[in-house]
Design a protein around this ligand. Sequence first.
Ligand code: 13P
Ligand code: SF4
Length: 333
Amino acid sequence: MEMQVQHSLEQYGYLNLPVDPKIDLVSEIKRLKKEKNALILGHYYITGDLQDISDYTGDSLGLSQQAQDTQADIIVFLGVHFMAETAKILNPNKKVLIPDLKAGCSLAESAPADKFAAFKAAHPGHQVISYINCSAEIKALSDVICTSSNAQLIVDSFPEDQKLIFAPDKNLGNYINSVTGRNMILWDGACMVHEKYSLEKILDLKARYPEADFIAHPECEKPVLIAADFVGSTTALLKYSQKSAKQKFIVATESGILHQMQKDSPDKVFIPAPAIDSTCGCNDCSFMKLNTMEKLYLCLEFEQPELKMDPELMQKAKAPLLKMLEISRKLKN
Ligand code: 13P
Ligand code: SF4
């Protein structure tokens, strides 16, 4: 069995073992979770069944705060690799599991550490703010981390004359520059999901549903953000759709969020914004969608794949993360 598990982990990034179709996955996952004192953290972009079985479903900031506060022995992260890394950095002595090690992030990959280190060296006197969607190596090269929920707050925490680098998402960086009046130097990275929205198709939808609000995540490109009635992180978009008197929303972020939006506002209508090359009318993050109920079950049962990280790297990446959490905590209180 050990050999087989090892082999499938290397080959697939997850435990590719047969799961008896007669197994009630929901009750088995709940039983294992309790037995092992495990906490399941799920991002809004995973499928609805996984969101519903998570102990906490949220955005990157909320998930980091949960990871920081947990008393669990094991954290199972239903999201992507950099999110599980964040949980591990905050809990170096806990076991952090990720159902599929290949759940990466195109945005995180758009900033290779060696190239970013050279970019930073070419801009002396600059402080580095990195969006949490980056590798632990980039975090270790940063002064503070931010998420889409607190990016403006983090930027505002620096004196106005402080020279800043923002990485890796140029779209979020551009957006924060426009709302804060800063002139941060931007790393040229982007998310392949959020860059795929078609402004033309969105404008067609807006014309077809003039009563709808168009809401967008700041990882979208500038022309899409200009067309939006509201721009915010996944949690901000969710709250906006709950509180708004509007009944219809065109949503430009990964389609997994629609599950929570529909749950919170069952009578409202949510339309996924169309992508340039999509025929289904929605935009999925293929990395997030690598998480499945079967992989979660196997991951809990065998406590594999486990995320392993270099202790020295974790130590270096922790300080900018803690700085972000500290600034955000002040906002909450
Ligand atoms: P949030 O910070 O809104 O959770 O977004 C994370 C993300 O990956 C967006 O693509
Ligand atoms: Fe990364 Fe984009 Fe997927 Fe978010 S949606 S996890 S930024 S690839």
